[in-house]
Design a protein around this ligand. Structure first.
Ligand code: SF4
Length: 78
């Protein structure tokens, strides 16, 4: 699955949300999350993000690894 990372915090442009074919983005107060069970890894959202916040779970930069779990935990609660 793909993961929304730290740069999204306070941003939420939502350019990614509109291109997602399975509508797996969920919105909290300050940030977006991707539901890992719903994401089909189509990559459509990746180039749309103006702050490069979206990565495949295997390519999440070291400092944002905790966001993998954060997306999984928070997306279902949004
Ligand atoms: Fe949606 Fe595709 Fe992005 Fe996954 S990779 S969040 S399915 S647009």
């Amino acid at each position: 699955a793909h993961v929304v990372c730290e740069p999204c915090f306070g941003c939420k442009y939502t350019d990614c949300v509109v291109v997602c074919p399975v509508e797996c983005f969920y919105e909290s107060d300050k940030v977006l999350y991707i539901h890992p069970d719903e994401c089909i890894d189509c990559e459509a959202c990746v180039p749309e993000c103006p702050v490069e916040a979206i990565y495949h779970e295997d390519n999440v930069p070291e400092e944002w690894k905790s966001w993998i779990e954060k997306n999984a935990e928070e997306a279902p609660n949004c």
